[in-house]
Design a protein around this ligand. Sequence first.
Ligand code: SF4
Length: 71
Amino acid sequence: MALEVTWDSKVCTHSGNCVKGLPKVFRVENGKFLIDPSGADDESVRAAVEACPSGALRIKPAQAAQRRPAR
Ligand code: SF4
């Protein structure tokens, strides 16, 4: 299952890093910012989220944390 990525429009500084770096995942269509995490492998999506200078992009917390086996 692809990662779920959220975007906070109030935090985004529109640097364009994400759309330039991973255009198959992050793109603007008709003035709307769209995210398709299935457009790249999880590692690339995680790297793009971490490279966002404003912190507007986040991976859903449940997927960001590594799961530990229950005791
Ligand atoms: S990399 Fe982050 S700050 Fe830059 S456009 Fe994308 S979401 Fe906005």
